[in-house]
Design a protein around this ligand. Structure first.
Ligand SMILES: Nc1ncnc2c1ncn2[C@@H]1O[C@H](COP(=O)(O)OP(=O)(O)O)[C@@H](O)[C@H]1O
Ligand SMILES: [Mg+2]
Length: 344
């Protein structure tokens, strides 16, 4: 008698790890600045997705279009800039087509942004306590007194010394580290579904940077927020991001979960960026500057924008239009005709 061979009906039903829902989806976004010198194509076809309860790192050299992408998502592009094409879906609503009232509600309730220079986002005439009370009251039914107590609690949670004193200060009286923590405290009080943080650790020393990143990570875990963390620093990405989008010349060159991207960088630009981070195991290794200069964004050629700097450029790259993102491994996307090969 033959024993019954196991088949699919015998395998226990192991639930797969549920896929996280994408809360914010940017599709083929184009934003230009119409200057006297011509049309600066600052964002030139960005595609990315931000998942709930996760941190997406957006990384790229200065001028690669990270901040303009963030400002476009919230429709805060200043004159002479304009979003010329694309869509930004929050849940299933296209932010770029929202009427004024919905846009205000979304900015006030669902999506918050912290800038590199946090104090510029605060009114210089109003003290920190009033700023925090306003945010807390706008997002809860607390009285002014209760809001003040909550503000104290939040600053204490963020380990700001003398919170009562900090609440009396005006924005310009805060140090860089204090200001970043106040902004994070306000984001926690607000509890937005999406938080866009633009270079918030760039001006901080390494210890403070690690601390602020830790707070951000806790915000994500405890509040299940979706956080878009913009940085030019691959080291920051390695510390906190679940997924990464690598930007160059206003477009996403590579998109993957962080371990895949670090293990298998397919785009020569990603590879170059990874070469430029200092490593603890090789402290003496010299940092590799990426050869060539940043692309001119006025009337860019139709080919791959990295072509002039790319050590792997081939005749296909020279003769073909700009490559689009394609899935090279499951969940790992690259915009390159001549992606780096990996043996394992
Ligand atoms: N107000 C503006 N007028 C003209 N060009 C701009 C303006 N703001 C940004 N840009 C251009 O857009 C490009 C992308 O800028 P940005 O998104 O700030 O880069 P990143 O944040 O990646 O450093 C840059 O080349 C920059 O010069
Ligand atoms: Mg920027």
């Amino acid at each position: 008698m033959t024993s019954k061979t196991p088949d699919s009906t015998d395998t226990p039903n192991i639930p797969e790890k549920p896929e996280k829902k994408v809360v914010l989806r940017v599709e083929n976004l184009h934003t230009s600045f119409f200057t006297r010198d011509g049309e600066v194509k600052a964002v030139n076809g960005v595609n990315l997705g931000l998942k709930e309860n996760s941190i997406l790192g957006v990384v790229g050299e200065s001028g690669s279009g990270k901040s303009v992408t963030a400002l476009s998502i919230l429709r805060l592009i200043p004159h002479p800039g304009r979003i010329t094409q694309g869509a930004v879906y929050f849940d299933d609503l296209n932010i770029l087509e929202m009427g004024g009232e919905n846009l205000r509600m979304m900015r006030g309730n669902d999506i918050a942004m912290i800038f590199q220079e946090p104090t510029t986002a605060l009114n210089p005439l109003i003290n920190i306590g009033t700023h925090m009370e306003e945010v807390i009251q706008a997002h809860s039914s607390m009285s002014k007194k209760e809001a003040r107590v909550r503000a104290m609690e939040l600053l204490t949670e963020l380990e700001l010394p003398s919170p009562a004193y900090i609440l009396k200060l005006h924005p310009f009286q805060l140090s860089g580290g204090q200001a970043q923590r106040v902004m994070i405290a306000m984001a926690v009080a607000w509890n937005p579904r999406v938080l866009i943080a633009d270079e918030i650790t760039s001006s901080l020393d390494v210890t403070l940077q690690a601390d602020v990143l830790d707070r951000l990570k806790r915000l994500q875990r405890e509040r299940h927020s979706a956080i878009m963390l913009i940085t030019h620093d691959m080291g920051v990405i390695a510390q906190v991001a679940e997924d990464v989008a690598v930007m160059y010349a206003g477009a996403v060159m590579e998109y993957a979960d962080t371990p895949s991207l670090f293990r298998h960088p397919y785009h020569p630009y990603t590879w170059a960026l990874l070469q430029s981070i200092p490593r603890l195991d090789e402290p003496m290794r010299t940092l590799q500057p990426i050869r060539g200069s940043s692309p001119n964004l006025i009337d860019p050629p139709d080919q791959c924008p990295y072509l002039p700097r790319c050590p792997k450029a081939s005749s296909e790259c020279r003769l073909s239009p700009k490559p689009l993102l394609r899935e090279i491994d499951p969940g790992h996307y690259v915009a390159c005709y001549n992606a780096i090969e990996h043996d394992d």
